[in-house]
Design a protein around this ligand. Structure first.
Ligand SMILES: Nc1ncnc2c1ncn2[C@@H]1O[C@H](COP(=O)(O)OP(=O)(O)OP(=O)(O)O)[C@@H](O)[C@H]1O
Length: 592
């Protein structure tokens, strides 16, 4: 059962603070009521000619004191309400980020960065707006309107009060009519902003491709279209809002008209005094603000409930990959024996399985290499090992335990995964290498960098290991990035080390050195290497060839070459390529 509400939870948690805030608003509203009463009495005294300088000064002082008191209580209540709104904003953002971290990679395959940003920034901002402005305005409006209407009816005229308030139910009706439209448009605005943010994000990420393919104009056109859409939806939203606000003001105007006509007649007929008429209109002026703001508050609350709905949808998305009732908490270490038993795996929503009937045994401490064409299922196979996705029950075992029973933390702490893209964070090289829950000494960081053959590059950077990477830091070459991400995996001293085509951007000599270094580190540990080059995979104890998700060849290098299948083909082609390259460079050398 997921969370059903964010607002209510927040109000209940902070009920005492809200009650105090509400009490303060009430006090300030009650104080404010004294002003019309004073104005009424002042007018009557003026009419009676009973005003001397001393009484005028007393009235002035009284009004000033009341105004000061009102302002004081209002400020205190505002400050307390605003603080609560910031508390909610902080909590929801933290909850959202924590939840995002728990969601599986599949979730991110289906999300655009812009939309995530819109939730994290705009939706949470709307929630704050609601708790900050709207709650305060609702509290103020309810108290002020309630108390003022009471004062108008009891102290002046119930009939006049009833008549002037008659148009107000129309306001409620209009708010109801505008409700759906405003909700829909608020969603349109958020999604248009998300669209535009995604465009910018994609442009920044793909700037090299855009430039290389001279697509600046096309990208600008796409951005302009997104921008125009964002402006259009916003304009529609503002139009609806303005229409609503305008109409609500018109209704208030009608109230005033009634007050002037009916109230004027009552004064002429002696039903109420002139002072009471003045007081009545001052009361009416007092409630115009809150009545007007009710229109705005309705919109904010509607926007707020739309944002709350979207945020709850995220917060209630259950992470598919989690520890469950079958998790065996006593598994605290992993030796490194891996067994696939008839594993067939289909991505959620995919038509065909990405892996079919995989049966494979990788003894502890041995090495496995996986080769195969693009899209043959290599990355899928290893991503199941770190449970980026869940394999079917009873198809994948680690140390004889079904992987679904191994606690996620134990599994991921013991598997060093070097992904294909070698993503690095915009922090220092040292932070990137020691990216592990366990702390690591500088010696360990340096040792990992040496093994990954990137130490010499790093010490040449201006800040050495403290060099900042990423957006405003240094850009590494593809090969350097791969080696830093290899160091990040090595430093964990994992029981299983997985390289997902992560030696592709380094030259064969460096690759040899990395693999030779690893031989030492990986003694007694299991290594899995996905590669396209024979040089990366030939030393493995066991090599499998995948084709359309099936293992079609298996054996060691010599056996597979003898078999004369796909692997042997790859091997001979690469031998020919190497030979051609050597001939080219010999010719260049003799020509030069
Ligand atoms: N998240 C996903 N959702 C649906 N299908 C996917 C997903 N990821 C990969 N696939 C599909 O699964 C199949 C195997 O993909 P996989 O990435 O494992 O291949 P690969 O052998 O690692 O390819 P490459 O050499 O390009 O890395 C492909 O058909 C691919 O389109």
């Amino acid at each position: 059962m997921g969370r059903k509400t964010i607002f209510r939870e927040h109000i209940v948690r902070h009920r005492w603070s809200y009650l105090i805030g509400f009490a303060l608003v009430t006090v300030s509203s009650l104080l404010q009521l004294l002003i019309p009463a004073l104005m009424g009495r002042f007018t009557d005294s003026l009419e009676e000619g009973a005003l001397g300088p001393a009484r005028i000064a007393a009235f002035a002082l009284g009004i000033a004191a009341v105004a000061f008191g009102t302002a004081l209580f209002r400020s205190i209540s505002r400050i307390s309400m605003f603080r609560l709104a910031r508390v909610l904003e902080k909590r929801v953002r933290n909850d959202l980020f924590k939840h995002w971290e728990r969601l599986p990679v599949q979730y991110y395959n289906n999300q655009r960065v812009g939309d995530l940003m819109a939730h994290g920034v705009s939706d949470v901002g709307v929630m704050r707006e609601v708790t900050m402005g709207a709650y305060y305005q609702v509290a103020e409006a309810v108290v002020l309107i309630g108390v003022t209407v009471g004062a108008m009816a009891l102290s002046i005229s119930p009939l006049l009060t009833l008549l002037t308030l008659l148009p107000l139910p129309l306001l409620t009706f209009m708010a109801y009519r505008f409700h759906n439209k405003v909700m829909r448009q608020s969603e349109d605005v958020q999604s248009a902003i998300g669209d535009m943010t995604s465009r910018v994000q994609e442009f920044v990420a793909g700037v090299r491709v855009v430039k290389a393919y001279v697509q600046e104009k096309a990208e600008t056109a796409k951005f302009e279209a997104s921008n125009a859409q964002a402006v259009h939806t916003n304009r529609e939203f503002v139009k609806t809002n303005s229409l609503f606000n305008g109409a609500s003001q018109g209704i208030v105007g009608v109230s005033f008209l009634i007050s002037v006509i009916v109230g004027g007649v009552m004064v002429l007929e002696g039903g109420i005094t002139l002072g009471e008429f003045v007081a009545f209109n001052t009361y009416l002026t007092l409630i115009i603000g809150p009545i007007e703001s009710i229109g705005k508050v309705m919109n904010t609350l509607q926007k707020g409930s739309a944002s709350e709905k979207r945020l709850l949808e995220i917060l209630n998305t259950t992470p598919e990959v989690t520890d469950g009732p079958d998790t065996n908490e006593s598994i605290a270490r992993i030796g490194g024996e891996i067994a696939f038993r008839g594993l067939t795996f289909k991505y959620p929503g995919a038509k065909r399985p990405a892996l079919r009937d995989i049966t494979l045994h990788v003894p502890r401490g041995s090495s496995l290499a996986i080769v195969g064409k693009v899209g043959s299922g290599k990355s899928t196979l290893v991503s199941l090992l770190v449970r980026m996705y869940n394999p079917p029950i009873g198809t994948l075992y680690v140390d004889g335990n079904d992987i679904l029973t191994v606690p996620l933390k134990t599994l991921r702490e013991n598997v060093g995964f070097v992904p294909q893209d070698g993503f690095l964070f915009s922090s220092t090289i040292k932070d990137n290498i020691s990216f592990d829950p366990k702390p690591h000494s500088m010696d360990e960081v340096e040792e990992a960098a040496r093994l990954a053959q990137v130490y010499d590059n790093i010490v040449e950077f201006p800040g050495g290991f403290e060099t900042a990477l990423g957006e405003r830091g240094l850009s590494l070459s593809g090969g350097q990035r791969q080696r830093v991400s290899i160091a990040r995996a090595i430093i964990k001293k994992p029981s299983i080390l997985v390289f997902d085509d992560s030696l592709s951007a380094v030259d064969t000599e460096t690759e040899d050195r990395i693999l030779a270094g690893l031989d030492r580190v990986m003694k007694g540990r299991t290594t899995i290497i996905i590669g396209h080059r024979i040089s990366s995979v030939r030393r493995a104890d066991q090599i499998i060839v995948l084709d359309q998700g099936r293992i079609v060849e298996r054996g060691d290098h010599d056996a597979l070459v003898r078999l004369g299948g796909i692997y042997a083909d790859m091997y001979h082609k690469q031998l020919l390529d190497d030979e051609a390259r050597r001939t080219d460079s010999r010719e260049e050398a003799s020509n030069g």
